[in-house]
Design a protein around this ligand. Structure first.
Ligand SMILES: [Zn+2]
Length: 448
């Protein structure tokens, strides 16, 4: 039998561990995984040698913002950045776009906006907001991968938060169809008012760790009361790890993610007025970063996803360095793998760890069964990665709509050299996408 494509690597990151292997592709799927030197007939043969072959990453936390705030980011630009960063599937968040994805009609509008523009596969989160209880099951049946809610003001007036009763109602409704609820877990009662300031520590103090802790307690209680599946997005406060671990041990159906910026940066590194570092919850001190890493390494934190949340540059930077006024969101979709690997490698972690945190665990979270692993029957979504190469982040080489990022000028270790989506190569040398004018090959996915 002749395959369409065979890719060989001496460092193929397979579900059972990294080894030399040949991955054979037929049509859109992985058809066989054989020994590195196996004789396999194929229309195209690629030998990566010592370059690592990873499963294409699955980033379940991306704010594309289209339609409605396409000047912040959009499907064409976000998915090109994803492809260049080794990410072959993104899950788009339901807010910051207008309309937010809180009804089936809004989901259809979003799918129409994305159609034909995507360089990688795109799935969608629905939103749980006050008053849309009747839309939750229909959205689930329409294929969203789960539902996002806020427990305090989201910053987008069209996406209000749930109160304690609303959280329980939503989780109870979703439990009946075994759908997932993901929560932005900060408690409004613990957030302090912030005057105009260029001092990052003042901003951090205004969103203390206890705000995350109180909100996570609320989610744990609601999950315990309803049996619903809950997930904490972008955990920053590492002192919550013990509580999450305890809840998991007690059988609460809880998972948690953190983000590259919490694992890479520390608050001590943030210059005065550098609002490109602003996110909610904030980047915290170096002790917190160490504890977050331990929570990840110990298996309490399940996955690492970007929370790529750009905005128009004037909202981020023209606030004259005022952390109170600037938009909170960090753009990193293209850089997450390198940022995480840079620190992970120094800590003695392996590519197997990174593939679990950034591909297989997020795919499982979102119920995307064909994604996130190099295994027979899975989609042939693959990333060639040089784990030894270092580079300096040049914002001019980012495909994000706006190149504003706190990683500018940082030296990162590990570079994406090629990305395949269902067997189709997406990059040329130097990270340029193949045939810029050709039809993008990404598909719009439904859960499953
Ligand atoms: Zn987010």
């Amino acid at each position: 039998m002749a395959y369409d494509l065979v890719i060989r690597s001496r460092r193929a990151v397979l579900p059972g561990g990294t080894r030399a292997a040949a991955v054979a592709v037929s049509g859109p799927s992985i058809a066989a995984v054989e020994d590195y030197g196996a004789r396999l007939d194929a229309a195209r043969q690629v030998d990566l040698g010592d370059l690592a072959l990873l499963p294409g990453l699955v980033d379940t936390h991306v704010h594309v913002n289209e339609p409605g705030r396409t000047e912040w980011e959009g499907f064409a630009t976000a998915t090109r950045a994803a492809a260049a960063g080794g990410v072959t599937t993104i899950c788009d968040m339901p807010l910051n776009s207008v309309p937010p994805t809180t009804t089936v009609a809004a989901l259809e509008e979003k799918r129409a906006a994305a159609a034909g523009k995507c360089w990688v596969d795109v799935a969608f989160w629905g939103g749980a907001v006050p008053g849309n209880e009747a839309s939750l099951v229909p959205l689930h049946e329409a294929g969203v991968v789960g539902f996002k809610c806020f427990l305090l003001d989201s910053g987008a007036p069209e996406f209000p938060p749930l109160d304690t009763a609303g959280l329980r109602t939503a989780l109870g409704t979703l439990a009946e169809v075994d759908a997932l609820l993901i929560a932005h877990a900060e408690s409004a009662a613990e957030i302090k008012p912030l005057e105009a300031t260029r001092d990052f520590w003042s901003f951090v103090d205004s969103r203390p760790r206890v705000a995350e802790r109180r909100a996570i307690e609320q989610v744990i209680s609601a999950s315990a009361a309803t049996g619903g599946r809950a997930h904490i997005v972008h955990l920053s406060a590492a002192d919550c790890v013990a509580m999450i671990s305890g809840a998991k041990a007690a059988g609460i159906r809880l998972t948690v993610e953190t983000c590259p910026h919490y694992l890479y940066f520390t608050a001590e590194q943030v210059p005065e007025g550098a609002t490109e570092f602003k996110s909610c919850p904030p980047i915290r001190d170096s002790y917190n970063r160490e504890a977050l890493w331990r929570g990840l390494e110990g298996g309490v934190i399940d996955c690492v996803v970007s929370d790529h949340s750009p905005c128009a540059p004037e909202l981020k930077l023209a606030a004259s360095g005022d952390f109170a006024a600037a938009w909170g969101g960090i753009a990193s979709l293209q850089l997450g793998l390198s940022a995480v690997w840079t620190v992970a490698r120094e800590r003695g972690r392996t590519l197997d760890d990174v593939a679990r945190w950034m591909a297989s665990a997020p795919a499982a979270l979102a119920g995307l069964t064909a994604k996130g692993r190099l295994a027979v029957g899975a989609d042939a979504d693959l990333t060639a990665f040089d784990p030894d190469e270092t580079y300096v982040v040049d914002p001019a080489k980012l495909y994000h709509r706006h190149p504003v990022t706190p990683y500018a000028g940082r030296t990162l270790t590990g570079r994406v050299r090629q990305t395949w989506l269902r067997g189709t190569a997406l990059l040329q040398d130097e990270g340029l996408l193949e045939g810029g004018g050709e039809t993008p090959v990404g598909r719009l996915l439904k859960r499953g």
